[in-house]
Design a protein around this ligand. Structure first.
Ligand SMILES: [Zn+2]
Length: 560
């Protein structure tokens, strides 16, 4: 390769130091290529937040330099943020590349956002080669738990980068070909400067389960069940959905699919041939009551305890048609994403209380298992023999575990970089390093129609409200005399029960009047915002002394 001056910049905007929200930029002389654009689920202490998407402030005013977006696969943590972010970077020459299934899922989802620009996505598959500006990309098939997953071999001006996408090695996949090791070895012979490899499974020993093994374990449950089976999984785990449909057919069950995202994904996958069903297998949930329990499978969303998903709604007796009962078998077929442990626990308890049984992945290997584990990760590094190594996709501990694996198989420590969202990684033929300056990468939260309008401040308010409630004090002050008229009005929610706190309220009113009179007493100009601050601080302190609680205090001062 001829010598070039300058560095390639690699900028992860999401997915490094967390599970989900994957998005990465490759930048060469201001020309930018985007890889994936995913979202993640909110954490448990983020009331009202639907999704978290990457922060793309760095791309502001750089539209004309953004060449295109390549998508690795159709999981929402790789494509989910498209409808929320695309408008901010869209221009008519922006190029999009995805495999047929990934493309289908992205476009189907865009249907829900009719006001957004129409995306013209070019289909690519195993072996496709494209050129975008200074980048030449060759796509190669990678096994995962969704079909049509593509790794990227990227020729850049500084050297070749191999991006594994999410992956596992699978000798027995579902609706897919086994891992083509020969092909991977051939890629590895082409001098890889940098390997970017999936770290999600880096803390797990051994080898990930083949999809065939997972199917065997699922079958045990089907064999034993005499009642209805509820199988909950991610809407995008197309392989798992296919397995459950196939097993239902084998055990003569009809399948009702519940959950909007799952229905649409199944629809697309059927059209494109990634999900195969016999005629008559799929039924409407309304037909369930006409069939014996032993002939019913309900395939639904909500294995993570998501509040609005089907499984939680059934568990909370909030679903229009479905209720749990004795004899039901509930399969939670996906591993718990860090941060969702508690809600999943609540979900399990409430299903069990209603007499149904729960199978969770801890009891049997029926979980996602879509990610390479230690032995596979080692093998990938050995096959690619990169000069530099950068673990991607995962919590910080997973990235560190993956860097240890790389060391073990002989990558020198100085050639391994553990980076996080927002860091700028400089790469050239000789070295890899992280810049001191960072680009914004903090959470951008989606709440209903609002994208990013709920910031840290709004979220903190919600957390205070959720924790200790709110307390509104309305005080009417005579402009002329500076005296409080009547008695201050009090509205309280989630703090104390007013009827049982008469003493506290009486003292509070007295204190508020004192604060106002002290501030207005000396005559002259009255500083109303000072009075509000005083009420907030003094009453806040008073409440804390009396109750050890810190409600949000909202003083309203009305001059008449
Ligand atoms: Zn994935």
């Amino acid at each position: 390769m001829k010598k070039v001056k300058g560095n390639l910049k690699i900028i992860p905007l999401g997915g490094l130091g967390e599970v989900g929200r994957n998005m990465m930029l490759l930048e060469w002389q201001e020309k930018i290529l985007i890889c994936d654009m995913g979202f993640r689920m909110p954490e448990e202490d983020m009331p009202g937040i639907d999704y978290i998407v990457p922060n793309i402030n760095y791309l502001r005013d750089k539209q004309k330099n953004i060449l295109g977006i390549v998508f690795t696969h159709g999981h929402y943590d790789h494509i989910g943020a498209v409808p929320y972010l695309i408008e901010k970077i869209w221009h008519p020459n922006l190029e999009f590349y995805a495999s047929p299934l990934t493309r289908g899922i992205i476009l189907k989802r865009q249907d829900d956002f009719p006001n957004l620009p129409k995306l013209n996505i070019t289909e690519v598959k195993d072996g496709s080669r494209i050129k975008i500006g200074p980048f030449k990309i060759e796509f190669f098939r990678q096994n995962h738990n969704i079909p049509d997953n593509l790794g990227l071999f990227i020729e850049t001006p500084v050297g070749n980068i191999l991006h594994t996408s999410d992956f596992k090695f699978d000798p027995n996949p579902v609706n897919d070909l086994p891992t083509n090791f020969q092909k991977l070895r051939n890629l590895g012979k082409r001098k890889i400067l940098l390997l970017l490899s999936d770290s999600t499974g880096a803390e797990e020993e051994g080898h990930s389960l083949s999809e065939k093994t997972i199917e065997k374990n699922l079958e045990e449950i089907f064999k034993k069940s005499t009642g209805r089976i509820f199988a909950a999984t991610f809407a995008s785990l197309i392989n798992r959905i296919q397995q459950i449909i196939s097993l239902s057919e084998k055990y003569r069950r009809k399948v009702a699919i519940e959950g909007y995202s799952m229905k649409t994904n199944v629809e697309i996958s059927k059209i494109l041939g990634y999900i195969k069903t016999k005629k008559g297998t799929l039924i409407n949930a309304k037909e369930i009551k006409n069939l014996p329990d032993s002939k019913i499978t309900v395939l639904c969303t909500g294995a993570q305890g998501e509040g609005s998903a089907v499984l939680m709604r059934v568990a909370q007796k909030d679903h229009p048609i479905l209720r749990f009962k004795h004899g039901d078998m509930v399969i939670l077929s996906s591993s718990v994403i860090p941060g969702n442990e508690r809600t999943v626990q609540i979900l399990k308890d409430s299903i069990l209380r209603q007499g149904a049984k729960v199978f969770h992945y801890k009891m049997m290997d029926i979980h996602a298992g879509g990610h390479a584990q230690k032995e596979e990760l080692k093998e990938m590094i050995k096959i690619m023999r990169p000069k530099f190594f950068l673990p991607i996709h995962g919590q910080y501990s997973m990235l560190v575990a993956h860097s240890e694996i790389a060391k073990e198989v002989g990558i020198p420590e100085k050639n391994i970089i553990v980076a996080e969202n927002g860091q700028i990684i400089n790469l050239n033929q000789k070295m890899i390093s992280i810049e001191k300056t960072m680009v914004p990468s903090n959470y951008v939260m989606v709440d209903g129609l609002g994208i990013g309008d709920v910031g840290e401040v709004v979220l903190r308010d919600r957390q205070i409200l959720a924790k200790d409630g709110m307390f509104v004090i309305v005080v009417v002050v005579d402009k002329q005399t500076g005296k409080v008229r009547g008695s201050p009005d009090i509205i309280s929610r989630g703090f104390v029960y007013l009827r049982e706190s008469k003493g506290l309220l009486r003292d509070t009113r007295k204190k508020v009047i004192e604060i106002v009179h002290r501030a207005t007493g000396s005559g002259g100009a009255v500083n109303w915002s000072y009075i509000k601050d005083e009420i907030r601080n003094k009453i806040g302190q008073f409440f804390f002394n009396k109750t050890q609680r810190r409600p949000m205090i909202l003083p309203v001062v009305i001059e008449v």
